[in-house]
Write a new protein. Structure first.
Lengths: 313, 308
């Protein structure tokens, strides 16, 4: 035991070594060279945007990325991009429409930017209209239900049955009943977010430390103060932990609603619309776009979490 | 004395609601005949019997109040108030009747869905736990893969479905891919995190025991991960069903999701509603089974310490 700790102690005095960027950079150069020099299938799109992207990533790797893990991630990315390039653009097969090359996928963001931007706008609007009310109402009702023993005992058995029913299943029905596609998608997103958070809030509040509950009682504050000053801050970390899950669920139901209803634009619609015409290049670019979008929103949530519950640690 | 009256009222209201619902449905029997109404009456009577059997629990009357009020409101609205678009809002008695008539197809759909779900779960658990154990033990690999996995796990797997359908040989394979890839990431992340959080002392114990690499993985790490794994699985049931139904709606020809989508396409909404209820029951049963299995498999876990 002692020896182990001593080595740790000695290790802590060593100067911090900046990990070398040779490997990822070499892989990056290799991928660029492969893209430019190896002859491949004849396609119309030029490989210049792809090469620019690779070069930009390589430059950012050298100047901005200092952590070992981030450099490893860059290596992984370059290897994957290289493998993709080799598997599609540099091999000739007769199923070329099924396996889009990275150049072609990148090119769709330029050639199809109008529809893509419109889709992002629509999806953002739907998400904002359904997501925010869903969170607010679920948190409000969940805290009230969790605080009252009686309400919890009565509602929990019913909620436990209703919660795991995937909102996807009532998507087709809501799309039919509600007057417009906008109302239907917002309603479905609302429901999926609500069910994702509501039961969680009940558990968080009912699992509160009994000492804390007693202290709240002793302080003898009014219900409004209790809600906003004690219960809501107590629930906040739990809410933020749930948000990524709620976002994924909301995106999933929106995607499904766009398949069934008469959507005119949207990120999921873009994927499905192009899948219908077997334009798999656009499908793949839509999938990547959705991934990047969700990743960005999640990092936004993480930033908000750090800002709002800075008091926790 | 006052408390007593209110408690008697609390106890009797659900029975009053039951009787009124019974009277309403008997009135419908008068116009429609007994045969279409019988399943509904049996169901309502069954609920009432259940509530009488569970009379010792304090919260049962209130729950029954909610259920009976809901059914009565639905019944009255669909049978009396709503006259214009009857096929959009089928009455509860019509929906229950569907279960009577369509039972074979529904059971077939459930079996087909279940096969896909179990297989998807199995693949995801094997791959997720396997890779999670390996990657969790190597620090550099873990630091590289964890951020990537966290981004990838947030992407709803349903988004890949159109491309998976195009690339993979059948709709069934695409559905399986979507379900297992959706379940893989959370299991993978959870296993990796659990392994990396292994107690330092515990790790030292294993080193003093001079366990081999394989024994360390199989006898120490794997059992260490099971409570977290069960937690993840129970949390993922809802999303697994979501993926299952989404995949089935996208083009499979059997399963509960297909059942709903198929009858939506023909505007037979009574069958759609029956499909909802089937899925609700199915999910509840799977959840209950999961809790049972969890309790059985994790007898050795100190629940107070590990809060599962």
């Amino acid at each position: 035991m002692g020896g182990y700790q001593t080595t740790e102690y000695i290790r802590s005095f060593r100067p911090v070594r900046v990990p070398s960027a040779t490997v990822p950079f070499a892989v990056c150069i290799a991928v660029i060279l492969i893209t430019l020099l190896v002859p491949g299938r004849a396609e119309n799109e030029s490989s210049i945007p792809f090469v620019i992207l690779l070069a930009g990533m390589g430059a950012s790797l050298i100047f901005f990325v200092k952590k070992q893990s981030s450099r490893d991630i860059y290596t992984l990315l370059f290897v994957l991009l290289g493998a993709w390039e080799l598997a599609t653009a540099k091999t000739t097969g007769n199923l070329s429409y099924l396996t889009p090359t990275p150049e072609m996928v990148l090119y769709t963001y330029i050639s199809d930017h109008e529809m893509i931007l419109k889709g992002i706008g629509t999806t953002c609007r739907f998400l904002a209209c359904g997501f925010i009310p869903g969170i607010v109402i679920a948190v409000f009702l969940g805290i009230l239900t969790g605080w009252s023993m009686r309400a919890q005992k009565i509602l929990l058995p019913i909620v436990k049955v209703l919660t795991p029913i995937p909102p996807l299943i009532y998507t087709p029905y809501l799309v039919v009943i509600l007057p417009s596609f906008f109302a239907a998608s917002v309603g479905i997103i609302f429901l999926s977010v609500f069910w994702c958070l509501y039961i969680n809030m009940i558990f968080v509040i009912s699992g509160m430390d009994p000492k804390l509950v007693d202290m709240t009682r002793v302080m003898n504050v009014g219900p409004v103060t209790r809600f906003f000053r004690i219960l809501l801050p107590y629930a906040l970390p739990g809410i933020f932990d749930r948000l990524p899950l709620a976002l994924t669920a909301a995106f999933m139901v929106l995607f499904n609603a766009e398949m069934i209803g008469n959507a005119m634009s949207g990120m999921g619609y873009y994927i499905q619309f192009n899948a219908r015409f077997a334009e798999y290049t656009k499908v793949v670019s839509g999938i990547i776009l959705a991934g990047v979008f969700i990743g960005l929103v999640n990092s936004l949530f993480r930033k908000a979490k750090r800002a709002v519950i800075g008091w926790k640690n | 004395m006052k408390i007593k009256i209110s408690s008697i009222l609390y106890r009797t209201i659900p029975h009053i609601l039951f009787v009124s619902l019974l009277v309403l449905s008997l009135l419908q029997v008068h116009t429609k005949g007994l045969k279409p109404m019988l399943p509904f009456i049996v169901l309502v009577a069954g609920l009432e019997v259940l509530s009488i059997l569970l009379y010792k629990k304090w919260e049962i009357p209130a729950i029954m109040d909610i259920i009976f009020t809901f059914i009565t409101a639905w019944f009255v609205y669909a049978n009396y108030l709503n006259t214009r678009v009857a096929f959009l809002f089928p009455a509860p008695n019509v929906v229950v009747e569907i279960f009577w008539g369509d039972v074979l197809l529904i059971i077939k759909s459930i079996v087909s869905s279940f096969k896909l779900l179990v297989l998807g779960f199995f693949i995801a658990i094997v791959l997720g736990v396997g890779f999670g154990l390996i990657c969790g033990n190597v620090k550099r690999l873990r630091n590289m893969l964890l951020p990537v996995a966290e981004i990838l796990s947030a992407i709803p797997a349903l988004v890949y479905a159109p491309y998976a359908i195009a690339v993979l040989p059948s709709f069934w394979a695409a559905g399986l891919f979507v379900i297992s890839s959706g379940l893989f990431w959370p299991i993978f992340i959870n296993t990796m995190k659990t392994v990396s959080n292994l107690d330092k002392e515990l790790y030292d114990y294993t080193r003093t025991l001079k366990l081999s690499k394989w024994d360390l993985l199989y006898r120490v790490m794997l059992p260490y991960c099971t409570p977290g794994l069960f937690n993840t699985l129970t949390m993922q049931i809802s999303s697994a069903f979501m993926l299952l139904i989404g995949a089935e709606m996208m083009g499979m020809t059997s399963g509960v999701g297909w059942y709903v989508k198929y009858y939506v396409d023909f505007s037979v909404y009574k069958k759609v509603l029956a499909g909802f209820i089937t899925i609700g029951i199915l999910v509840s049963i799977v959840n209950a089974c999961m809790t049972l299995v969890k309790r059985r498999a994790l007898v050795w876990v100190d629940t107070k310490r590990q809060n599962i």
